[in-house]
Ligand binder design. Structure first.
Ligand SMILES: *[C@@H]1O[C@H](CO)[C@@H](O)[C@H](O)[C@H]1NC(C)=O
Ligand SMILES: *[C@@H]1O[C@H](CO)[C@@H](O)[C@H](O)[C@H]1NC(C)=O
Ligand SMILES: *[C@@H]1O[C@H](CO)[C@@H](O)[C@H](O)[C@H]1NC(C)=O
Ligand SMILES: *[C@@H]1O[C@H](CO)[C@@H](O)[C@H](O)[C@H]1NC(C)=O
Ligand SMILES: *[C@@H]1O[C@H](CO)[C@@H](O)[C@H](O)[C@H]1NC(C)=O
Ligand SMILES: *[C@@H]1O[C@H](CO)[C@@H](O)[C@H](O)[C@H]1NC(C)=O
Ligand SMILES: *[C@@H]1O[C@H](CO)[C@@H](O)[C@H](O)[C@H]1NC(C)=O
Ligand SMILES: *[C@@H]1O[C@H](CO)[C@@H](O)[C@H](O)[C@H]1NC(C)=O
Ligand SMILES: *[C@@H]1O[C@H](CO)[C@@H](O)[C@H](O)[C@H]1NC(C)=O
Length: 699
């Protein structure tokens, strides 16, 4: 961060500004500074750099963004159409938030044309490679503070988190456009865009001529098979009334992966190869004949395995037998007639044909579609319920698997340990594992088996490589890894898991210790609620219970539980609200805010009252979140969850409907319970005299 050279027109102030800016070398404001040719602007963890450059043989200057360690690959260019002919231009930000490139005589060469009014605009280069202009004094949460962002104006490269597709509300299409040539960043003829006629798919074009297509999105990936790239990053397709776009999220931060279009008419996915200090193409199209659009005619399959490489589909024959040099289309060998035994046949490993003339039933999901297809097919296969009996393992095998419970195999205590010892009696223990084994949900950690031998009681859970949510929220080395989309998916997953525990499992389960360290993340960052050690199970309608021994984690416990030992599904809802605020803000609930020793809940409430709840957001998210309104709704829901009175809190099914349905009218929250840290500590301390309280400190 110290590497930024600060320039100021009044040299006598240079010292002063150097000090101010060394704290935030990734930001510029109207008054303080600008970036001159030769100077660099670096994102906070030094992943990206912004500056002026000349491509290869060109003598013109451009303003661009690149990975700091790969200055030769420019991923974004500001003034593609307006090269700087005379050297020594500078980037400035005007009082109304416009980014402007000025030449030596202060003539504007390029401008971001920001149209919204700003009170205190700040330009910032984020670690995602997004250059943003935000209003540091935004009062209006519904408008959001993001005025402009480079991610809305893609050049030839798609970075993780950028959107390729359609903003339907404003009728704007965002797509990649190649450079004219390696020396000239002005827009060329090659584009890569999201086609949305029927099912979304990526298309590569030369002008209006289609060169190649990805194959339609099937709900998980494009085309016939997940690409190698999806191992390194998760493809995302958002399709709703407001927007349709493709994006990808790179979870594995050290890996640099980009999607880029070349003037030569190809689209490439590139991975930076550290050791060879070069790019490796994990995908390059079109290069093989099957990748060229329309290489084979209608009803033909292009194959690499057999010759001729264009084959008619089963039941079809070539339209013309005579010309094999350029394969034409195929026609049905016999007329289609269901009575004569036509039915669905499985064709493996094939990209669906271009869907030029089909209709789509959007209310049917893949499962229903599959069921619909199966109805007409073979009916002999039965959908056997899987044996739910929990496997018992021998102590010897568990011991062997963990290298005799060696320290090197110990993942941690309680939270995410694969080995869990219980102090309960044997019968109780067996009973509990039987119950736990019945709890099966995508958002709960799965119990794989158990072992009861020689006085040792061991539970075996699935292993989740990405550890727990708290490390992503609070560990500064992982900062910025969780984008808005990932957080939304995590929150929704936790809500679903909790709803299952509360409502849909055969037993009503209250978790009692919901917190980020108990949310484990699988390799796809899908959240799994863990640590049922404290969970209570209820039969039937028993909704509330009372305990003399309070176990939970300070900062997440509801007032009625911490003070009176009452717990119910609503105490879990309280913890969920705290967790939601922490996930949005990346701040711990027990951190002090202001001099009033406010908790995160009190802080959130104060911002909410002043209609400034936007400021609660993790600043790294403020420009990535496309929907300030969604954010505001999430904060509203979180505040409803942490209401002082349990009765005022929603149930988890209400929470889910409020989070996902923008048309639900949300009640206004009152001041939450435990807003002031001092007060809550005093209250809990008082109650300790009456009850046995074992409180674990949040790690
Ligand atoms: C600076 O830009 C202005 C307006 O674009 C132009 O009229 C002027 O000639 C430029 N000056 C130089 C030195 O290039
Ligand atoms: C900004 O507006 C001017 C005038 O309308 C236009 O010529 C220019 O291309 C715009 N710049 C950008 C980056 O859109
Ligand atoms: C944003 O505003 C806060 C509060 O007024 C101030 O402390 C901070 O320095 C400002 N940030 C920038 C980059 O100007
Ligand atoms: C783009 O296409 C036009 C006409 O189709 C052609 O004249 C021009 O040379 C092409 N540009 C490049 C960079 O290929
Ligand atoms: C794109 O089309 C133009 C003609 O419109 C052609 O000259 C050029 O070679 C084509 N480029 C590619 C990469 O196909
Ligand atoms: C076969 O197809 C090629 C390419 O379309 C065409 O040039 C040729 O005339 C065709 N030959 C016959 C016999 O139709
Ligand atoms: C689309 O399908 C309809 C109904 O099957 C048919 O009448 C029409 O000719 C088709 N259009 C094209 C362009 O193939
Ligand atoms: C679409 O699918 C849904 C769910 O299977 C079904 O209820 C509906 O009738 C279908 N609509 C049409 C037009 O086929
Ligand atoms: C999540 O787990 C997968 C699989 O082990 C790993 O490749 C990935 O790097 C992890 N993601 C993060 C952000 O740690």
């Amino acid at each position: 961060m110290e590497k930024l050279t600060v320039f100021n027109i009044f040299s006598s102030f240079v010292f002063l500004f150097s000090i101010q800016l060394s704290k935030a070398a990734d930001t510029i404001t109207p008054a303080s500074s600008f970036i001159r040719d030769g100077e660099k602007f670096v994102s906070s963890s030094e992943r990206f750099e912004l500056g002026f450059f000349s491509p290869r043989k060109s003598r013109y200057r451009y303003l661009g963004i690149w990975y700091k360690q790969i200055p030769d690959t420019v991923v974004w260019v500001a003034n593609r159409n307006s090269p700087i002919i005379e050297p020594n231009a500078a980037l400035t930000i005007s009082n109304n938030g416009n980014l402007v490139i000025l030449n030596l005589t202060n003539g504007a060469i390029w401008s971001s044309n920001t149209s919204r009014k700003a009170e205190n605009p700040v330009a910032q280069l984020l670690d995602t490679g997004n250059l943003i202009v935000r209003d540091n004094f935004s009062r209006s949460a519904s408008e959001g503070s993001c005025l402009w962002q480079s991610f809305d104006y893609p050049s030839d490269t798609l970075l993780a988190g950028m959107k390729l597709g359609w903003d339907l509300k404003n009728g704007v299409e965002r797509y990649l456009t190649s450079w004219r040539s390696a020396d000239d960043p002005s827009p060329g003829n090659i584009t890569n865009r999201l086609d949305i006629h029927v099912l979304p798919e990526l298309g590569l074009y030369n002008g209006s001529q289609k060169l190649s297509r990805s194959g339609p999105w099937n709900g998980i990936f494009f085309g016939a098979a997940p690409s190698y790239a999806s191992i390194l990053s998760e493809p995302i397709l958002v399709d709703n009334e407001d927007e349709i776009y493709y994006s990808y999220e790179s979870y594995n931060n050290p890996i640099i992966a980009i999607l880029t279009v070349n003037p030569s008419g190809t689209v490439q996915r590139l991975i930076w190869h550290e050791r060879s200090n070069g790019w490796a193409a994990v995908h390059l199209a079109p290069t093989l004949f099957c990748q060229f659009y329309g290489h084979c005619g209608a009803n033909r399959v292009c194959s690499y395995e057999k010759t001729p490489n264009c084959e008619c589909l089963k039941g079809f024959k070539p339209k013309s037998q005579h010309n094999q040099t350029r394969p034409g289309s195929c026609v049905r060998s016999e007329s289609a007639d269901c009575k004569s035994g036509d039915r669905f046949i499985m064709v493996d490993d094939i990209k669906l044909p271009d869907l030029l003339n089909v209709s789509l039933n959007k209310s049917m999901n893949l499962k229903e579609c599959e069921a619909e297809c199966l109805k007409t097919g073979d009916k002999t296969g039965s959908r056997k319920s899987r044996d739910s009996l929990l496997p018992f393992f021998s102590l010897a095998s568990v011991s062997a698997a963990t290298n005799n419970f060696g320290v090197e195999n110990k993942l941690g205590e309680g939270g995410f340990g694969p080995v869990y010892k219980s102090g309960q009696g044997l019968e109780e223990f067996k009973n509990e594992i039987k119950l736990t084994a019945k709890l099966q949900h995508r958002n709960l950690v799965r119990l794989l088996g158990c072992c009861v031998e020689q006085g040792e009681n061991v539970l075996i859970y699935e292993y989740l490589p990405n550890k727990s949510l708290d490390s992503f929220l609070f560990d500064t080395t992982k900062e910025g890894l969780l984008g808005w989309g990932a957080r939304i998916r995590i929150i929704e997953g936790i809500a679903q898991g909790l709803l299952y525990l509360h409502q849909y499992s055969r037993l009503r389960v209250i978790h009692r210790d919901l917190k980020p360290s108990n949310i484990l993340l699988d390799s796809n960052m899908i959240p799994k609620i863990s640590d049922f050690g404290l969970a209570r199970m209820f039969g039937g309608d028993e909704l509330q219970s009372n305990t003399k021994r309070i176990v939970g984690t300070y900062g997440y416990m509801s007032p009625e539980y911490a003070i009176h030992g009452f717990f119910s599904i609503k105490s879990d809802v309280f913890s969920f609200g705290v967790l939601l605020l922490e996930t949005l803000s990346s701040k711990r609930s027990t951190r002090f805010f202001n001099t009033n020793s406010l908790t995160l809940l009190g802080h959130a409430w104060n911002l909410w009252k002043d209609d400034r709840s936007w400021e609660l957001m993790d600043p790294k998210l403020q420009c990535e979140a496309s929907y300030p309104i969604v954010m505001k709704r999430y904060i509203n829901v979180a505040l409803l969850c942490v209401q002082k009175n349990a009765a005022d809190r929603p149930t988890m099914s209400e929470v889910i409907s409020m989070l996902t349905n923008e048309f639900v009218n949300l009640p206004s929250p009152q001041q939450p319970g435990f807003s002031s840290l001092k007060k809550s500590v005093e209250t809990v301390a008082r109650s300790m005299n009456r009850l046995t309280l074992s409180v674990m400190d949040a790690r």
